[in-house]
Design a protein around this ligand. Sequence first.
Ligand code: ZN
Length: 91
Amino acid sequence: MSEHRETTGRCYACKRTFSFDPKEVTTLLIDPETRMPPGITVLGSLRPAKPEAVARSADEPICPDCVTKAQQYSEESGSGPSWGSWPPSSN
Ligand SMILES: [Zn+2]
């Protein structure tokens, strides 16, 4: 028996199925109604997170590739580590 309990899930960002350790994986709080983090509108703008939105939200796993990409993106955009502006909208 390994003490590493891996599980598989789907990356919220790229939809890739990957295996991860639930204790170590990066997760993102996602509101299932909007498929966005609470406090982020579908347009990517900020708004106050409503308590009910936070309450119904669940942590979604993010694969290491996307974590790296998000970090690079936030560095390049100079906006700091923020999932709110990522993934960048295609426009
Ligand atoms: Zn991913």
